[in-house]
Ligand binder design. Sequence first.
Ligand SMILES: Nc1ncnc2c1ncn2[C@@H]1O[C@H](COP(=O)(O)OP(=O)(O)OP(=O)(O)O)[C@@H](O)[C@H]1O
Ligand SMILES: [Mg+2]
Length: 411
Amino acid sequence: MPNEYICALDIGTTKICVLIAEVDENNELKIIGVGTAPSEGLRRGVVINLEKTIHAIKKARLEAERMANVEVRAVYAGIAGDHIRSLNGRGVVAVSGDHNTISVDDKRRVIEAAKAVALPFDREIIHIIPQEFIVDDQRGIDDPVGMSGMRLEAEVHIVTCAVTAAQNIWRSIEGAGMTVMDLVLEPLASSYSVLTEDEKSLGVVVLDLGGGTTDIALFCEKAIRHTAIVSLGGRNVTNDLAHGLRTPVENAEKIKVAHGAAILTDSDKDAFVEVPGIGGRAAQRVPKSMLVDIIQPRMEEILTLAARELNKSDYIKMMTTGAVLTGGGSMIPGTVELAEEIFQMPIKLGIPQGIQSVSEEVNKPIHATGVGLLLYGHQNDTLIDGPFESEAHVFEKIVERMKRWFGGGSH
Ligand SMILES: Nc1ncnc2c1ncn2[C@@H]1O[C@H](COP(=O)(O)OP(=O)(O)OP(=O)(O)O)[C@@H](O)[C@H]1O
Ligand SMILES: [Mg+2]
């Protein structure tokens, strides 16, 4: 694929989405193709049925390609699920550059040293995100290259995944006739589309309420500090409605999207909603308050578990700007208000920013990950693994990474 196009693939539990963007003459992105397909081959972000996933990717790809009128070859893909773990690492090296000047190579070596943590054989690192560098006890350095010093330390955030989960995503994408540019942790991708630089500096939480999982990521002082996951999402809300209203899941989903609410507003107190009957039965009218009675406890549970995960991090005190809610699950009216009560902090809805689009469709929280993947791809992971000046470099890195997953090369 020529460099002037970037393609993102969001493989979610409920939907698979392909976004194609072109890079204009001002080096800005414009989305020119959007394709979505329902996803059936995944459970909680993990591929459980390769064939169904490949089929859905192909469908989304075709739709996006038709709209954009370009062909897609390589994609930035998201990865999430309850197999993701994160930990903090630290590395130290002696500065080897001339006149004690820290070189790019020193920076690369110290990051290598920081990632030398003992990993079980079934896990692999997907991101190593430098948080800060320390030069001779001077802390808080963003980029040490060019500074003088004798001793260089790095503190990094390491995100790992189950090798098999990543392999299956890789295989699904290859099976759909595309190659992987990079696999990006989904909440990290979302942070590119819904967070401002100020928020990332001051401290903010991203909460991606998806269909199968709720992903949590903490940012402060410009870096990701903590990631966690709750294995519940919008699909649980739909299932509760299906049970509560005794209606098929597809119906429950439609009712949720059209009439669902997490909080009962005054104007809705006496409102009724039409629920189609099943098996030839007559449609029933149910009070809106009944929908809220079903939806609210589940949303409360999801948000409370997320808040509990957050409180496990030492960084929670630094979340001064509050939390940003994204993902399709956050689109139920009243979710922001409910989250404010539970988190006791300011909450806003994360609408993707920083990108133009020919389709209004993408200006919704449900596309935060996809749009974020495009922005991540555009910035070409300078954040990760130290500097990679050219695309060839990035590719080398990915290919190396993948080779190891598939048993070539050594750890
Ligand atoms: N307008 C809407 N109102 C309420 N809920 C919605 C709306 N649109 C989508 N949803 C819900 O959002 C959820 C899907 O969100 P999203 O697409 O972000 O998840 P995903 O990426 O497929 O899953 P995951 O990230 O967990 O793997 C579904 O449960 C769906 O019911
Ligand atoms: Mg998602």
